[in-house]
Ligand binder design. Sequence first.
Ligand SMILES: [Zn+2]
Length: 389
Amino acid sequence: MIKQFSIGVISPILIILTLLASCSFKTSQVSAEEESLLLYPGGDFYPVTEFNHNFLNETPKNVVLFIGDGMGLTQIHAAMIANGGSLFLNNFRHIGFTTTHSYSSFVTGSAEAATAIASGVKTYGGAIGVDPDTNAVKTILHKAIEKGLSTGLISTSAITHATPAAFIAHQPDRKMYEEIAGDFLKYEIDLLIGGGLRHFGERSDGQNLLLKLNDKGYQIYHKLYEIAAAKSGKLVGLTADEHNGRVDQRGYVLPVATESALNILSENEKGFFVMIEGSQIDWAGHENNIVYLIEEMLDFDKAIGRALEFAEMNKETLIIVASDHETGGMTIHDGCYKAGMVKANFATPKHTGVLVPIFAYGPGAHLFTGFMDNTDIHNVIEELLFRLD
Ligand SMILES: [Zn+2]
């Protein structure tokens, strides 16, 4: 069953009339510059498909873990309003909340939150895949490799940035980008797509890790169309020297990379694990910029849509959409579903310690409901993927 929103093809005049008829803009006390950051006037809507919930078994063969960095409930609601009231995320029926505190502080950073989600171990600020004593911890990605599953990491930031790094690398500090890049070669991961080219190719130690990746049999791509065309084999896609730009610069790298990754990784009969990060939701939160934030949220939701298309056909794939923490203490003080207009405000340019939502679709999805800790995400995935051993 397809649910199409037709407002995108209505003339702009009609949209304005509809807007005037249904929503009132209140006069604001803020400056024009602040207004431009705090008002999303509405944009094109995309159609959202409804997916069925028919799965083969009670446990999944494949796990797709989306992490919206800095994504709280308000960020999701803002995106929902901006798309006329519906997101691909609306297909998810199993919803819970996770606590996010780290070993060292109530308000977490992304490195230690990703380490907790990936390994089930809480640690200190800035830690990448290490415990409070800087000992390496085994993550769900390492465990998947050991069991013969295919694995992948995708991010809109540098692939060496905190969230993807914590799933594979072991370093005492998140800023050790070159050491983190080196750790990527120590494990037989199948697919990496993100920015961070220079941490592999233009290093202070003079090593060229791209040559080493090539020797290990990876296809190395730098263009979105090359990633879109990739059909099989081990793949490293480094699409930016450091971080990818905003959506208008980077294009549909996240949805395209998601689709290519799922097609490639699903060639493995034993299954796969992939983590896909919407990194810049967090950066938009730090900037207190609602336009940037909604662009990032909608791009992230489109990637979730590609994964739902795959999972509906595949019937053995669990999709989890999680968050590491909320950023910005965001609130919505006006909005309009018909126009896609959102007025927001922020309490801080920093992370906050509020509960963040978690969503699941597929076999085992019911285990991601109620109140959980971020470490439970690792524990439940491990139970679902490997409990038959
Ligand atoms: Zn942040």
